[in-house]
Ligand binder design. Structure first.
Ligand code: CIR
Length: 254
């Protein structure tokens, strides 16, 4: 059974952190409606969705992905790179505790889950403005005993590694090569985002179906041409907050 942890959009969502984007008005009600449709998608694809209550004082808390990295053997509880987001981890750690042994990233380490891309037993960690080498070393110590290779990947021009690249098939990545080098991922097949949609590299693969923003139609049709089963979702408000579809859930087997 797959569990998808999500969190209701905060009423303060329009005060989110922004790094590479200009602030635009966010319709919080619409964000909530879109988030519920995203959760429905997760249910339809076979996940049991467990939604945490909204955190009125934590604007970015819908982006649960950044707070925890869950593998079969343990859960890494992150220490988010943005100070405004550090308090988001407490409720996630509590929620995950019945399922996995927690390992906490300690200062001076900082890590956002958006920088962590898993491909089999290889865990790629983006070196971004949010995630640093100290956290990467801590991840390596925690995961190497279970046979994982933890590998740093430089990221430039975007917030997280998974803003630039995500897995969209067994051996296939969707990538924006302006933000991350494809050579970092060995012989994986790479599909490139359409040049008009630089933020289109973030898709969420659930049971062989890709949840993907309807907001990037050119890349979406490219994915379909490549034979990928795509479930489009409108995430216009999350995109204004510099997020994507992976950010809004933590999915693990129970
Ligand atoms: C932030 O800057 O932290 C949020 N506004 C966006 C986080 C998106 N998370 C993700 O891509 N994993």
């Amino acid at each position: 059974m797959w569990i998808a942890l999500t969190r209701e959009v905060s009423p303060a969502f329009d005060q989110c952190e922004l790094t590479h984007l200009e602030r635009q008005p966010i319709d919080v009600r619409l964000a909530q409606t879109q988030h519920h449709a995203y959760e429905n998608c997760l249910s339809q694809l076979g996940c049991a969705v467990y939604r945490l209550p909204a955190e009125p004082d934590l604007p970015d808390s819908v982006f649960v992905e950044d707070t925890a990295v869950v593998v079969e053997e343990l859960a890494i509880i992150t220490r988010p790179g943005a100070e405004s987001r550090r308090l988001e981890t407490a409720s996630m750690a509590k929620t995950l505790s019945p399922y996995r042994k927690p390992v906490r990233i300690q200062a001076p380490g900082t890590l956002d889950g958006g920088d962590v891309l898993r491909v089999g037993r290889t865990i790629y960690v983006g070196s971004s403005s949010r995630s640093n080498p100290a956290a990467l070393e801590q991840m390596r110590s925690a995961l190497a005993p279970f046979g994982y290779t933890v590998q740093g990947v430089p990221v430039n021009g975007c917030l997280h590694l998974k803003s630039a690249v995500t897995r969209v098939g067994k051996d296939t990545l969707l990538i924006n090569r302006d933000w991350v080098e494809a050579s970092a991922f060995g012989d994986m097949k790479c599909i490139e985002v359409d040049e008009a949609e630089p933020s289109g590299g973030n898709g969420l693969l659930v049971n062989d179906v890709l949840i993907y923003p309807a907001n990037y139609p050119k890349t979406l049709s490219r994915l379909r041409t490549e034979g990928i089963a795509v479930k489009p979702v409108d995430v216009s408000e999350v995109i204004k907050a510099e997020g994507g579809v992976t950010c809004c859930s933590v999915i693990f087997s129970a």
